[in-house]
Design a protein around this ligand. Sequence first.
Ligand SMILES: *Cc1c(COP(=O)(O)O)cnc(C)c1O
Length: 365
Amino acid sequence: MTNASVRLFDAARVQAPYLPSIRSAMAAVLDSSRYILGPAVAQFEQEFAAYCGTGFAIGVGNGSDALELALRAVDVGSGSRVITVANAGGYASTAISACGAQPVYAEIDDQRLLLDPDAVAPLLQMRPQALILTHLYGQMAAVGTIAELCAEHGVALIEDCAQAHGAEREGRRAGSFGAIGCFSFYPTKNLGAIGDGGALVTSDAVIARRLLALRQYGWSSKYRVELAHGRNSRLDELQAAILSAKLPGLDTDNARRREIARRYGASIRHRDLQLPEGRGGSDDVAHLYVIRCARREALRAHLSAHGIDSDVHYPIPDHRQPAWEQPLSLPISEQAARKVLSLPCHPALSDEEVQRVVDALNCFA
Ligand SMILES: *Cc1c(COP(=O)(O)O)cnc(C)c1O
């Protein structure tokens, strides 16, 4: 047994196979002297749209901006209501409040901790403008059912795919079901830049045009401001070149993540640990492997003593955050916040490290 700790995410090791192509991509941008919305952004946008199976991809500054611009593109503004979940880290709520809109929280299902379609139906009476569906931990949510509900009620469906790059169901990728799919390329995501980055995907040409304007001052053409609420949120040319270098490896990295998730599912045996169900299929890209334990702090200390990192995604449900407090009861979301614990699950983990995590969990007293 080595003494090096098993890290939750290990940027150096995950990046290592890509370093030569990242270095040459960076050098090419430097040599091109095109730094803003140049050929590298255009190329990545084309490649990423093709990968997702959508007509368009629009690069932006980060995943949070992607969510906010998506809401603006479907006319969410002051007084609008937007349905979302309360257990997904608050990114959707941040974007909703930035638009002056109201989040309407729906409960999650207890098996996968994803938006429960049965909880959505009654909320549609509140005439929401949009619904943000988060494919949490890499698991694709019930997007088919929810897309139908949204279509019936004229609600714009926005998929938050920041944890689900490459997840697919019936041959369709995450991000291609809704009106818009939002991605983050934060370094720890399944497709990660070496800084901030984000993108939106859509097959609607009108929405694509609005997003292109919104990411750059609201311009329809240079110095002509067509849309209010525009801003400067562009994907950086260097990050785009790096993402193009890394995109060809995404499916292989996702396959390794799935394999680790399946191994955890098959090998962790402990009556106090609740394992997630149905992990490691093609509609799951295993961004995070999240177990539940009522004695979470003791478990974290035990893992730490065995040199294993863990983290909590996420400890405070949105409706209990000081900024967004709502007197609302969401028992499954609240209980999940008290019990969830993320284990190391990244593509550079060795089989031996995965086994160390399993052994440490199985001997938790
Ligand atoms: C990371 C993340 C975001 C935000 O992305 P940034 O690039 O950090 O702004 C949004 N939603 C989810 C589900 C995320 O995991």
